[in-house]
Design a protein around this ligand. Sequence first.
Ligand code: THU
Length: 137
Amino acid sequence: MNKKELIIRALEAKENAYVPYSKFKVGAAVLTEDHSIYTGCNIEIASYSPTICAERTAIFKAVSEGHRKIKAVAVVGDGDLTHPCGVCRQVIREFGKDAVIIVANSETDYKVYTLDDLLPHSFGPEDLEEIRGEDYV
Ligand code: THU
């Protein structure tokens, strides 16, 4: 996996952030199982709650194009390292149980986590599968 490329794509996506309220720009890039890259930025809405984070924008773009497995996510925010929020961690869990999460300031300044580092003892699709005997994954 090319971590630097993913970080560069996240930095580019950050430029499209629509953040009139917080002024806090975030960009994300996700790598799918077939090595496609989808990017996203945060988008804020005047009534606040519909606001979406950069990570979820990128993941939902990938999923809506038919992808179901995410191998890596790169996130770049404003200022120091911006770690994914709790909601985004759960969304990453859905499609990337074994994903690598790269939290970056730049191509050379970043930290790498597993999803389990950020969301230990997580709940996910397999838990429902056990109960209902259906294949959600
Ligand atoms: N935000 C993200 O896009 N990703 C994160 O991981 C943390 C927070 C956004 C949401 C909101 O637009 C702004 O940052 C301030 O919370």
